[in-house]
Design a protein around this ligand. Structure first.
Ligand code: EPZ
Length: 437
């Protein structure tokens, strides 16, 4: 297993370069299944989740090739002859559930494992299922799988209101609706840039969609889609992560460049809160320049669906608050249990308390290196951020979580001035059973 070893204290000089978006690449890959032929996607990051989803798609029949050096992925979906997404792969990555919409949209049937637990939790997909039913699918739940079929091989189309709004359900329902017989409408739809870029790609393939980027999306079903080639968007969460690294690990007064991101995809709420911390930010075309101030102001945030503050940046924001001059809070309204990074940040010395879905951070406590454990993707990058500013050395364990969503992170940080490297390590096995005396 791998860990990242970070020796704190060397300033982040930059520049840092943003890669392709994980959360746009995954739905683009699902869209490729809707068309009989070959789809090429460029600017695809070489991530665990991309490799996992490639394996999920291969099970259904398509040929998937990934040129990791060129960040180019090709999916030949001429053959989709096994509309199944198996548990052992779906449980590795929730977004595999997009196979429900892709397989129903292409084959009129699907057998897809639930991502975890039951449909109603802990990682619910009830909106995906109820929405597909509203569009005309027959759905049964059997032995942890969703068995779906469109009577006559094609969905009718229909209207469904998402409550709460859901990125994944919006994507899945679009995948099912674009080849339905009649019109469909998704109300309270997600407006995230990932969803808009995905919808625009479907239109390139011949889908008829209006209202992308608003809370109501109208679709007119077509008989079939045609393959196309796409360039994936830059990763907005990696952009935000790098900006927060510059604000915390940059040398005060020294500008740090973050390149090749699309800053419009951050949403105004993040930009406004970020400015309130006292950082100096210049937003130019494809370069965001961040200069850390002598003193960071404690600014409270509350996550919300786009264009609100992204939940995928709240763990990273917590580290900024640990360095700020005062007390502030982080409230996550999207998930009620996304604070698994807090005990690990406390091990590094940060003073944080959690009450319900709000974390209160008292900034200024000394941060000292320690061994810490990654628990999920964005939590693990917050531990690396804290290690970059800690006194001494931090060992971030189980970085397979981080490898799901950040491509070559340690190399990017090394090139930008940070003393960090990857090491293999063994975790102690469970203690051997006591010998029977
Ligand atoms: C997407 O997950 C992202 N993943 C997540 O990023 C991100 O945190 C999330 O959107 C919110 O922005 C990908 O794009 C692959 P949701 P998704 O459905 O689609 C509830 C990362 O770090 N809900 O918008 O799974 C759900 O429990 C990942 O890159 C239902 O109740 O998120 C949550 O509270 C982590 N029923 C809320 O909606 C459902 O059927 C929003 O979830 C579906 C969701």
């Amino acid at each position: 297993m791998d860990k990242l070893v970070v020796h704190g204290g060397s300033p982040l000089e930059g520049p840092l370069t943003v890669g392709g978006s994980k959360n746009t690449a995954l739905p683009l890959m699902a869209a490729a299944l809707l068309a009989d032929g070959s789809t090429r996607i460029t600017n695809v990051p070489n991530l665990r989740d991309v490799r996992t989803f490639s394996n999920v798609i291969r099970v259904a029949g398509p040929a998937v090739t990934f040129d990791a050096d060129a960040n180019t992925l090709t999916i030949d979906a001429s053959t989709v002859n096994h509309p199944v997404a198996p548990y052992e792969l779906v449980k590795k990555m929730r977004a595999s559930f997009y196979m429900l919409g892709a397989l129903i949209g292409r084959c009129g049937e699907a057998k897809v494992s639930l991502p975890g637990g039951c449909a109603w939790g802990p990682r619910p997909v009830d909106l995906h299922i109820e929405g597909m039913k509203a569009f005309g699918a027959d759905i049964e739940l059997e032995e942890g799988y969703v068995l779906a079929s469109a009577p006559g091989g094609r969905l009718d189309g229909g209207t469904f209101r998402l409550d709460p709004s859901s990125v994944g359900a919006t994507i899945n329902l679009l995948l099912g609706a674009v080849t339905a017989q009649g019109p469909s409408r998704i109300e309270n739809a997600a407006q995230e840039p990932d969803v808009v870029a995905f919808g625009e790609a479907l239109k390139e393939m011949g889908a008829q969609i209006d209202g992308l980027g608003t809370n109501t999306i109208e679709i007119q079903g077509v008989d079939a889609l045609t393959p196309a080639s796409f360039r994936n968007t830059p990763d907005r969460i990696e952009l935000g992560t790098f900006m927060l690294m510059a604000a915390t690990a940059g040398a005060p007064g020294q500008p740090v460049e973050v390149r090749r991101g699309t800053h419009e995809h951050l949403g105004d709420d993040f930009k406004e809160r970020f400015a309130e911390t006292g950082v100096d930010v210049d937003y130019a075309d494809e370069v965001v320049t961040v200069t850390r101030p002598e003193t960071l102001q404690p600014v409270s945030i509350e996550t919300a669906p786009y264009p609100g503050f992204p939940t995928d940046l709240q763990a990273q924001w917590t580290v900024l608050l640990g360095l700020a001059d005062g007390t502030a809070t982080v409230t996550d309204t999207i998930y009620d249990d996304r604070f698994k990074h807090v005990p690990e940040l406390q091990r590094l010395g940060m003073e944080i308390s959690v009450e319900g879905n709000t974390a209160t951070v008292h900034g200024g406590a000394p941060i000292k290196g320690a061994q810490v454990m990654s628990t999920d993707l964005r939590a693990s990058v917050s531990l690396v951020m804290a290690g970059m500013v800690a006194e001494g050395t931090t060992h971030v364990l189980r970085v397979y979580h981080l490898d799901r969503g950040y491509e070559h992170l340690e190399h990017k940080l090394q090139d930008a001035g940070i003393n960090i490297h990857r090491e293999e390590y063994e975790e102690f096995d469970e203690p051997a059973a006591e010998p029977v005396s």
